[in-house]
Design a protein around this ligand. Sequence first.
Ligand SMILES: Cc1ncc(COP(=O)(O)O)c(C=O)c1O
Length: 355
Amino acid sequence: MADDPTFGVSPADDGIPAHLRHHGDEDVADGLVDLAVNVRLPAPPPWLRTQLVAGIDTLAAYPDTREATKAVAARHGRPLDEVLVTAGAAEAFSLLARALRPRNAVIVHPQFTEPEVALRSAGHPVSRVLLSADDGFTLNPHAVGEAADLVVVGNPTNPTSVLHPAETLLALRRPGRVLVVDEAFADAIPGEPESLAGQRIPGVLVFRSLTKTWGIAGLRAGYVLGDPLLVERLRAVQPPWSVSTLAGLAVVACSGAEAAVEADELTAEAERDRAFLVDGLRELGVRVAGKPRAPFILITVADGERVRLRLRELGYAVRRGDTFPGLSTDWLRVAVRDRHTTRGFLDALRLALKE
Ligand SMILES: Cc1ncc(COP(=O)(O)O)c(C=O)c1O
């Protein structure tokens, strides 16, 4: 044992509760219809697949993200030094935690837990502002204390599906404070309203993901936009070649004109599919949180743990809510899928609620 270099080192000893590391993919199992993971497409679209397959022949060379950086800069109308291509939005949170030394980081919850895990893993103190279901999980910028030197907020927020107004986010800015807006799902809303991606604002970083809309969660592709001084600090701690050649190709392809047309169609369809799901839930008397805008919704049901487990028996995996700070087992997150899948889910839910 003493020769084992990992002896005495337990990843569980870092003081971070295990539930913060829970992600929707763990709620899925073989044979279940997946309403737990928010990746919209079941596979990359054919035009993207073709480019990825062609890219295999270039894999002998080390990756170079210059083309991807240019493509993102062009898509959002920003200069190159305001862009950092990353291995998904998740990598951006690790870079943030390594690059900055916040003394009063504040995370607006309930939200994706990876920012909190990344910051706490790097030893930074983190406090939480918990939004309330009674207010539809809307954000009052005054709820964030003046001492906060780093604020992380999701827009639209996972899991509440709430889209905060850009002016509410901008009201969070303070001298000496970094504001990070996680826009991992912004490209899933037609026209990307309330996005700060195209605006040059000192002290603000926007994190974006390409994995959900384009069905490439396994590829890891995203980027950071924002204040060039902050972007440079993140760039300085990014491991070499962390964005693979294929991820770089995906970033170029998904930032182009063809992708923009398809994205518009996908988002319009997702809006219709979400309305169908929400109407069906309301018919069942199920409460839907806030005003949903993302390709997933948050619902609350009595005896939620039993309902979730019964849904699994009936063949449907939904995302448990209780691992998100501020939520209990009575909250469940449901991904927006096509009408056929949603009909099946609503039938199963009707049964699960009756029993
Ligand atoms: C809100 C939010 N931000 C970021 C991410 C990570 O995205 P990526 O796949 O680009 O790392 C996720 C993934 O679930 C998410 O839900």
